[in-house]
Design a protein. Sequence first.
Lengths: 232, 295
Amino acid sequence: MLRVEGLVVRYGAIEALKGCDLSVGAGAAVCLLGANGAGKTTLVRALAGWERPVAGTIELQGRDVTRLPPWERQRAGLGVVPEGGRVFGDLTVEENLRVSGRDADTRIGLELFPVLTERRTQRAGTLSGGERQMLSLARALAGRPRLLVIDEVSFGLMPRAVESIFGVLARLRDEGMSMLVIEQEEARALGLCARAYVLSQGAVQLEGPSGELAGSEALRAAYLGGAGSAAG
Amino acid sequence: MSQYVLSVIASGGVWAILTLSLNLITGYAGQVSLGQAAFFAIGAYAAAMLSTRTGFGFVPAVLAAMPITGVAAAALGLLALRVKDDFLVFATIGVNFIVVAILQYTDAFGGAQGIVAIPLPAIGPVTLQIGAYAGLVVALALLAGFASRWVERSWLGYGFAAVRQDELAARTIGVPAAQLKVVAFALAGLLAGLAGALYAYFLGNVFPQNFAFVISIQVMAMLVLGGLGTVPGAIVGAAVLTALPEILRPLADYRYTIFGLVLVITVSFLPGGIMGHGGLGDRALGRLRPRRAAT
């Protein structure tokens, strides 16, 4: 579904991604862990098409999308839930869902999040943080994506909202949606996804089945060890 | 109604159409243009030249001026893709000056003498006197208002709003932001072309100075006063700022000072404008009608 090879992204002199390799199989749920500054956000930006990598390729369903603008990647099957949700505050919930295109499917998201149906005609700017994240996810789903990239969806939310969003993600996973989940809350992410990558210092330090990684020494080391391995 | 009142109404209608045109670019799509008078000029000169030099009648001249201006505006929209925010403002101001200079110094466009003796507007055998003309212009302004509203509530309008609020997020969820900006400019060009053509027939003569930079400021003042991004705002703003200098006749010489003051005061104290969200009109109407969700 998604194959990233040798991705390098530079901000001026700083190399934020130093040859990142990663893949998400069809119907697989994969999480991406890492400390702050590990390059997770940069990877999402590169996947979404906000940053132009200086090297490497991004393939979506076998198609090279490395040079495509963001909106064409969406057409190619990518659904992004950006950090903070980034919903359109001046538009209503329903309008937010319809904005992705004339053929947008507003029902999927409304079915998954009944609260959005209640708030359908309300401006997105008046929603709570959790509802905004739900709307952002529903908005991505309206474009009928084949792969969801979800960036820090739990950040700053009440536990109950996080619970409800992860419940929906689990349901989507069970229905066969491919997803790449970027999370700070590692336990939750490992619980949701079968496989995990740990990013550190702009490259993948560790990957493996979530069951093996959860609570393991190797995971700790990959989190912290980025600094150590950078020296070596 | 006196001829004088009718001509104020006719010019108010023209300004309303031009303000609606700016509303498409700036109010909906969030691309600030301070060069709207350039499109206004292109529409006016297109109609004036077609009618005086090629013998086009009123209706064909107006209908031709619209797509001509639309194409010119789309071309500028393409250029505008390269610049954003403040730089777009500067670029559009520049375009205003360039267009006026071309009109001023090119003989083909009549130079400083402009284009004179545009025939009276006529539909078929019927010549439109000022009363009928004012009625027609106001009707077209309302039609432009309905058309704008239709765009606002369509997928295109949601796309414009998304680009205005968060261009990156919009592009990420599949909105072709660059294309939409060009479409916004093209649609705005159609309306500005209509306004310009109607203005040319209203004045009977057009000169480069009718389309100077202050006109762009005037239209922006009308839109901001009425309420950026709203159709009623564009129309009310145009009506108020057309009527105000006429009512305060002794102050007519200071009209541009008034426009400037209106801009500063509105932005400082009533950023939503009269008809915008939280504006005076919105609050007054809000008491009368049950609160409809987020329009």
